[in-house]
Write a protein that binds this ligand. Structure first.
Ligand code: BGC
Length: 370
């Protein structure tokens, strides 16, 4: 019996040492190329995020800290994998723009376990306490500015209003729509606009403030999923179904530039649409050309240089062992996240040169007919 105990304990000791060796070598391999700040962006398929990558690279030139940028390509599983890769490279700070606000909770909880500071970038990660900071534009103001632009360009009464929204998996889609609704609702209620493509919005037209559930109902009908093709198909379906009374001169709330261009193309090709005013967001180069050409009415310029500067500034403050400054909080459904917020600028034909060329955001030679 004693012998058996001895053999077993010897075996266990051998297993323990082998295990430790394996763990060690795994870690050494994983740590090759140490990274201080990990950055995870949602997709390379939209110019918006490719631009953020470039702005990060520009901002990081000459920095003392090492960073690595990974893209999730529209997949929450890939996003989690990216976070794990960065954790294995020893990051101290994670800057992450989630593909899906709820689904990203698991990824940042894994980072938190390793004492990594998590900064939610542009989009809020929701329903988790594993977010330390949020760096964002004023997204409610984006929607409000789009709505105000439509109101300022409305002609007469009963103008058909086509509503579109972003992906319901993105908390920003709610903030944009909430901002737009707060400005549009009184003008829908008083008959300046009539909603052309959402029975849910029509049913709620007397309500100034919508709950998350009510917003969800509208988004369910008018979401583009942040996808230009989805947006195009929806717009085509809506125009095919629309009666003559819902055509003529119309207003279109399009949530961002990618969807605005495809929606605008559909409206432009409908013989019964006499004119349309259409919003956008992001100041994508292709949309700036559309604005110059009169095919898209406006865009909301969000200076990504500022967002990147704020996010990296925060990361460096944290790496230096200090506490970053914030300007307010955002409720993510679980906690109030300390946030730093940046203003947005409305751009149309009138001020496009001043805001985007004179500010060195883009080069004049990037456009025709400026
Ligand atoms: C961003 C927008 C972007 C959209 C689609 C939003 O969360 O704030 O700038 O156009 O996602 O990617």
């Amino acid at each position: 019996m004693k012998k058996l105990v001895k053999v077993i304990s010897l075996l266990m000791a051998v297993m323990l040492i082998t295990g430790m060796l394996a763990a060690c070598s795994g870690k050494t391999g994983g740590k090759a190329g140490k990274v201080d700040v990990g950055i995870v962006l949602p997709t390379k398929d939209e110019p918006r995020w490719v631009q953020d990558e470039q702005r990060f690279k520009d901002a990081l030139k000459g920095s003392d800290y090492t960073t690595e940028i990974l893209f999730s390509q529209g997949s929450s599983a890939k996003e989690k994998e990216n976070v794990e890769t960065l954790i294995n490279k020893g990051i101290k700070v994670l800057i992450i723009c989630p593909q899906d606000g709820d689904a990203a909770a698991a990824a940042v909880e894994a980072a938190k376990k390793e004492k990594i500071t998590v900064i939610s970038y542009d989009r809020l990660i929701t329903h988790t306490d594993a977010v330390d900071y949020y760096v964002t534009f004023d997204s409610v103001a984006v929607g409000a500015a789009q709505a105000q632009y439509l109101i300022d360009h409305v002609k007469g009464k009963d103008m058909p209003l086509y509503l579109y929204a972003g992906a319901a998996s993105d908390n920003n889609a709610f903030l944009f729509f909430q901002g737009a609704w707060s400005v549009l609702q009184p003008k829908i209620a008083d008959g300046t606009f009539k909603v052309a493509n959402s029975s849910a919005a029509e049913g709620l037209k007397e309500k100034q403030e919508l709950s998350r559930e009510e917003l969800s109902k509208i988004l369910g009908q008018v979401t583009t999923n942040w996808d230009a093709n989805d947006a195009k198909n929806k717009a085509q379906t809506h125009l095919t179904a629309a009666s003559a009374a819902l055509k003529g001169d119309v207003a279109v709330l399009a949530p961002n530039d990618g969807t605005a261009r495809s929606i605008a193309d559909v409206f432009a090709s409908d013989g019964d649409i006499k004119s349309y005013v259409v919003t956008g967001q992001d100041a994508e180069k292709a949309s700036i050309q559309y604005v110059i050409d009169g095919k898209q009415s406006m865009t909301v310029f969000k200076d990504v240089r500022t967002l990147v500067k704020d996010a990296m500034g925060m990361a460096v403050t944290i790496l230096d062992g200090k506490k970053p400054e914030t300007t307010g909080t955002y409720d993510n459904g679980k906690i109030k996240v300390n946030a730093k917020q940046t203003d947005v600028i409305i751009v149309d034909k009138e001020n496009v040169k001043k805001e985007l060329i004179d500010s060195d955001y883009y080069k004049a030679s990037d456009f025709k007919g400026l």
